[in-house]
Design a protein around this ligand. Structure first.
Ligand code: NAD
Ligand code: DAU
Length: 336
């Protein structure tokens, strides 16, 4: 199967994964007309799309139903990356997450239904399964989110599945694991560690650094989304990950080793409330669709360290003002 649509609305593509996705799609499918809709929150940045041509940019909110309706009328498919995405911020301001990740998703569903789109692809997350103490999450497992972020993402998914059931909305969902690489806002683990290490600042790890994640290089994540968008039958949900397991402490040590900095820079800090200590995905469904990760964690981390070293003009302006207010609120001393 190869889905044929001509005009794609990509919401949230001034952010990390969305901008990498548009860069990939313009290269692989220049015949698809791309409209980007992005609110340019603190995490959105027009510079992320620098050097990409042949797309239209609209600054606006996925919750703005009349704007989304107008843009959807001119397109025949939607991919949604737009979301509030940082778990720690969701513990400080959950309403922003419910607004964009639940209501914004509903607005996109309604527009895709009304304009009889070929497909709506929601970029979801492995966090909707909640903490996985043993085994691996399969796409048929129940959703048991444990943070305001993951609960909002699960809420958006539930609305979209309701549209698929009630109105026959042709829906696709990807549930990706922890993604890293160029253009990631420096609040997530890997860019916090790298940019702090560049400045010889402490590398903060929650509690004992033992929480496990499956780190996925951003190009691999984008290739998976592209494959699902073009090849998967409507109604499909796909886990996307590498099936490797890495602790926060292993990541911090690897960053310091690549950069030739002392491990003494690691600092254990107070834990994230409700911290999920492990996610793990069964990826057999997406591999059966013909996708598999190409980049190992060692290769991807080297590339990412090099990118942050070489693009200080990109991230230094982001680590200022509100960023440090957030940083001071978020990181607290560890009391044992
Ligand atoms: P990001 O925070 O880097 O970017 C989010 C983008 O959405 C920004 O450009 C922001 O301006 C935009 N946005 C936010 N609210 C909006 C609104 N109301 N209207 C329009 N635009 C809005 O996020 P990311 O890390 O690139 O994640 C993209 C998507 O992938 C999200 O849906 C996220 O849940 C999902 N995801 C992320 C990861 C990860 O590890 N980063 C893993 C799996 C899934
Ligand atoms: O799993 C996919 C999800 O990955 C995405 O859906 C989210 O949008 C994305 O933010 C990410 O969520 P996590 O909470 O897993 O990512 P984060 O980078 O915030 O944290 C990764 C792990 O590292 C987690 O166990 C918490 C820990 N951590 C994080 C930060 C920011 C630290 O120990 N220190 C830190 O400073």
């Amino acid at each position: 199967m190869s889905r044929s649509f001509r005009r794609l609305l990509v919401a949230g593509a001034a952010g990390f994964i969305g901008s990498n996705f548009v860069r990939l799609l313009r290269r692989t499918h220049p015949e698809i007309e791309v409209t980007v809709l992005d609110k340019l929150t603190y995490a959105g940045n027009r510079d992320n799309l620098a050097g990409v041509d042949g797309y239209r940019f609209v600054e606006g909110d996925v919750c703005d139903a009349s704007l989304v309706d107008r843009l959807a009328a001119e397109c025949d498919a939607i991919v949604n990356f737009a979301a509030e995405t940082h778990v720690d911020r969701s513990l400080m301001d959950p309403y922003a997450f419910i607004e964009t990740d639940v209501r914004g998703t509903a607005v996109l569903c309604e527009a895709a239904r009304k304009h009889q789109h070929e497909v709506l692809l929601l970029v979801s997350t492995d966090e909707v399964y909640g903490e996985v103490r043993e085994g691996r999450s399969r796409e048929t497992d129940p959703l048991r989110p444990r943070s305001p972020y993951s609960a909002s993402k699960a809420g958006g998914e539930h609305i979209a599945w309701a549209y698929a059931e009630s109105f026959g909305l042709p829906l696709l969902v990807t549930r990706g694991s922890n993604t890293y690489g160029p253009h990631q806002y420096p609040e997530k683990l890997i860019p916090v560690l790298i940019t702090n290490a560049i400045d010889d600042m402490r590398l903060p790890l929650y509690n004992d650094g033992s929480a496990v994640r499956d780190f996925l290089f951003v190009e691999d994540h984008c290739l998976a989304i592209e494959r699902v968008l073009l090849e998967a039958p409507a109604g499909g949900v796909y886990n996307v990950g590498t099936a490797a397991e890495t602790t926060g402490l292993q990541v911090a040590e690897a960053v310091l080793d690549i950069m030739g900095k002392p491990r003494g820079l690691i600092e254990f800090v107070a834990d994230r409330p409700g911290h999920d200590y492990r996610y793990a995905l069964d990826i057999s469904r997406i591999t059966a669709l013909g996708w598999e990760p190409r980049v190992t964690f060692a290769e991807g981390l080297e590339t990412t360290v090099r990118w942050y070293r070489d693009h200080q003009d990109w991230w230094r302006p982001l680590k200022s003002g509100e960023y440090w207010d957030y940083y001071r609120r978020n990181y607290r001393p560890l009391v044992r």
